[in-house]
Design a protein around this ligand. Structure first.
Ligand SMILES: Nc1nc2c(c(=O)[nH]1)N[C@H]1C(S)=C(S)[C@@H](COP(=O)(O)O)O[C@H]1N2
Ligand SMILES: [Mo]
Length: 449
């Protein structure tokens, strides 16, 4: 066989895309397992979180609104759970598509490189480049609880270089050698290799995803032994003469059913032991408060209905539970907030931030820093260890996972305000009749109802 026929028979862009996709699936599965086993980076989520914080605000809010509409129109289930799964799915899909595109381009580049040695180098360099890109992205979104960069970055280097090397090897394996017996044999051999690669990928994926999933379940910090407040207490209106109709939504949402909305594909993990609330800015002195110090203040309890600004009439992005915390009014007095201060800027572990006007706090003693829901420490996905409650405002005004509070003398545009959502974010009242008692229907004169 002459050289020309060999070149024509080399694997092309589509084969490259397919191999790139398979190898990206395997990489994602291994990374997923390591993510849950050792808090190492999961590149698809890193990429998604990094991108979603940088996309134009109008596009992000449009995307969210569209997603909520679709979930509702198709009746796909509880909105916030489905939305979070959809985001995670999009993250993985985008990563795999990237793998396919990279594989396609890599095969085109490899085609143009005649001998194996520079090809090998090219493959390794592609892997290294991908590693550097994802290392940068990871540094942009990494936070407390993640494996240290000294371990995470070399790990990414290993993962993506292995991806590059495997891509190069696959190319070589799929390239007919001049000594090969004939085209048909090569075709069969090539197909067999791709099938075997697919099989290996599937095995790695099933093992990685299953083990990762199991580890993820196990690490969901459920407090053993402690009972929620609602297990041993009745609602204040338990003896009221009006009872909810069977089938209507409960007044108090079990915490595990409380909707969850935030900008993270993975829940921030804050170590309560080392956590401090940093207070700075126009205050008498900077301070770092432990959770115990905040708990030592007289606690305050309120039944709070929290609603997301993306909620629709009769939607499910609204839930109620019993919040416990300390009044911010009380704290302001101790912090010595200076007269020229007008706002508190609150910053969170996930990069989220918002401001609350001091006038709002001074006018409402219920504004609280909350550390308990339904009598138990705030669950991780709902902002452990500390979040704020500002009555009558949508959730977008109310940071979870609070790390610092700064007293400032001017307005501050919060995360969603800079992306075009409402500055004040006051609740709009809606009324919903969930159910009608059928035995109250009157038969009509004709006998049918
Ligand atoms: N740190 C942080 N706090 C946040 C958010 C976020 O993305 N990050 N989302 C806000 C929004 S939009 C809503 S609706 C509420 C939801 O709180 P929940 O998930 O506990 O129901 O959290 C708010 N606080
Ligand atoms: Mo929200």
């Amino acid at each position: 066989m002459n050289q020309g026929a060999v070149a024509a028979n080399r694997p092309g862009i589509l084969t490259g895309a397919w191999v790139g996709l398979l190898l990206a699936v395997a990489l994602a599965a291994v990374a997923y397992l390591a993510h849950h086993a050792a808090a190492l980076p999961f590149p698809p989520y890193d990429l998604f979180d990094w991108t979603s914080r940088r996309l134009p605000g109008g596009l992000v809010t449009f995307g969210i609104d569209t997603m909520v509409s679709i979930i509702r129109a198709l009746g796909l289930g509880e909105t916030s759970t489905v939305a979070k799964m959809a985001e995670q799915g999009m993250a993985i899909a985008a990563f795999l598509i990237g793998g396919a595109v990279a594989g396609g381009f890599a095969f085109v580049a490899l085609r143009n490189s005649a001998t194996p040695a520079p090809r090998r180098r090219l493959a390794i360099v592609s892997g290294l480049l991908a590693a550097i890109v994802f290392a940068g992205i990871h540094l942009g979104v990494s936070r407390e609880g993640d494996a240290p960069a000294l371990i995470a970055l070399p790990w990414l280097l290993v993962l993506f270089t292995a991806w590059g090397v495997a891509l190069g090897r696959s190319y070589d394996r799929l390239t007919p050698t001049p000594s090969a017996a004939g085209a048909t044999v090569e075709q069969i051999d090539r197909r067999r290799f791709l099938v075997r690669l697919g099989g290996a990928t599937a095995t790695i994926t099933v093992v990685g995803a299953t083990l990762g999933r199991l580890l993820a379940r196990g690490s969901n910090g459920v407090v053993g032994g402690q009972q929620p407040w609602s297990a041993t207490n009745r609602l204040p209106n338990a003896d009221a003469r009006v009872q909810p109709v069977r089938g209507t939504r409960a007044e108090l949402t079990p915490v595990r059913d409380h909707y969850r909305i935030d900008i993270n594909t993975r829940v921030p993990r804050v170590d309560v032991g080392t956590w401090r609330l940093r207070v700075s800015g126009l205050v008498s002195a900077e301070r770092q408060l432990t959770l115990d110090q905040l708990r030592s203040y007289e606690p305050m309890h309120h039944f709070v209905t929290l609603e997301c600004i993306s909620n629709r009439v009769a939607g499910d992005l609204i839930s109620t539970t019993r919040w416990t915390g300390v009044s911010l009014q009380r704290l302001l007095a101790d912090w010595g907030v200076r007269p020229e201060a007008t706002h508190l800027v609150i910053r969170s572990a996930d990069g989220f931030h918002e401001a609350v006007a001091l006038d709002v706090i001074r006018g409402d003693e219920r504004v609280m820093l909350c550390y308990e829901w339904d009598g138990l420490p705030l669950p991780r996905e709902h902002g452990a260890p500390l979040r704020i409650w500002i009555p009558d405002r949508y959730g977008m005004k109310q940071p979870k996972w609070i790390e610092s509070i700064e007293a400032v003398g001017q307005e501050h545009e919060g995360y969603w305000v800079t992306r075009g959502w409402d500055r004040e974010a006051r609740f709009k009242s809606t009324a919903v009749i969930d159910n009608v008692a059928t035995d109250m229907m009157m038969p009509s004169a004709s006998g049918s109802t």
